[in-house]
Design a protein around this ligand. Structure first.
Ligand SMILES: *Cc1c(COP(=O)(O)O)cnc(C)c1O
Length: 303
């Protein structure tokens, strides 16, 4: 966002000073945008930082977390990093299967990871099912609802899940400036949750985990509705372009609600090598147990 760039340029002169460890100004903006109190917000060095804080607070050896097969790779990493066990529930058509996830919850389970939409599949869970799933869980199981791609959802599909925080003390919603806001290199994101959970996360958080430039940029980005709309349109148009191309090639692809498409080829490793030689970097998904699949991010029209 040009507004974010200008705000960061202005913040350059203050880099000799530590950032505001409380992130007051950004939290105030987020609080008014999402209709939550400031003590319900935890800022992170990217939302990955926030995911790790959650794992640090709620997981330990002898405790488990549940995620879906083919879900975001950071969930098992954050879980085993603090000595927990990550249980991957089977997926349904590569999407989260909430029934299977509910069945995977054990007595020692303290956390459930859900990405909606999910990376690397782009799949989306209807909100009524999601809400019923959260209500079905024991109150001492934290649900992390990772909404990194929320802003790419078609307006008709979008529901304000932050309103659910009033009902569920065990719900933690995460958001990021890395995707539609185009600020991945700055590393800034946040969690919205109950004040009690935010307090616990803040106790294990590094005091200056978000830097001056990231804070200044994020504050300005939240005020730039025009950039957000441009970013949304660029993605929607690019998605149509790539999906039309995949269809023309007769390649199967998953229905994506994010800023990438995951498609099927006979020889994913070979296709990936050939694309790399042409200077095109896409994501092979063997690490996600999706051996014949590739994920391509929406770029510009020329790309
Ligand atoms: C990209 C992504 C994030 C965001 O990571 P940051 O640390 O904020 O850059 C979080 N969750 C999912 C599922 C993602 O794909």
């Amino acid at each position: 966002s040009p507004k974010a760039k200008a705000a960061m340029a202005a913040a350059m002169d203050e880099l000799a000073r530590y950032p505001d460890g409380n992130g007051f100004e950004l939290k105030a903006k987020v609080a008014s945008k999402h209709q939550v109190a400031m003590n319900q917000i935890v800022l992170g060095n990217g939302s990955n930082d926030v995911l790790e804080l959650i794992a640090q607070v709620f997981l330990a050896p002898g405790r488990s977390a549940v995620c879906s097969a083919h879900a975001f790779a950071v969930y098992p990493l954050a879980t085993v990093g603090v000595g927990g066990e990550c249980i991957a529930a089977p997926a349904k058509d590569y999407a989260h299967d909430l029934q299977a996830m509910r069945a995977a919850v054990r007595a020692d389970t303290r956390l459930v990871w859900i990405a909606n939409p999910n990376n690397p599949t782009g799949t989306f869970l209807p909100y009524d099912e999601l809400k019923a799933f959260i209500a079905s869980l024991p109150k001492d199981v934290i649900v992390v609802l990772d909404e990194a791609y929320n802003e790419y959802l078609a307006p008709a599909l979008r529901v304000d899940t932050t309103a659910w925080l009033a009902e569920f003390d065990n719900l933690v919603i995460t958001r990021t400036f890395s995707k539609i806001y185009g600020m991945a290199g700055l590393r800034i994101g946040f969690a919205l949750c109950s004040p009690a959970v935010a307090d616990l996360m803040n106790r294990v958080r590094q005091p200056f985990n978000c830097n001056n430039l990231a804070l200044a940029g994020a504050i300005a980005a939240l005020e730039d509705a025009e950039f957000l709309e441009q970013s949304y349109q660029l993605n929607a148009t690019g998605m149509q372009q790539i999906v039309a191309g995949l269809d023309a090639l007769g390649l199967k692809h998953l229905p994506s609600h994010a800023n990438f498409v995951t498609f099927h080829v006979a020889d994913a490793a070979g296709v990936n090598q050939k694309l790399l030689k042409q200077g095109v970097i896409i994501r092979p998904l063997a690490g996600y147990a999706m051996h014949d699949w590739l994920r391509v991010t929406i770029g510009t029209e020329a790309e």
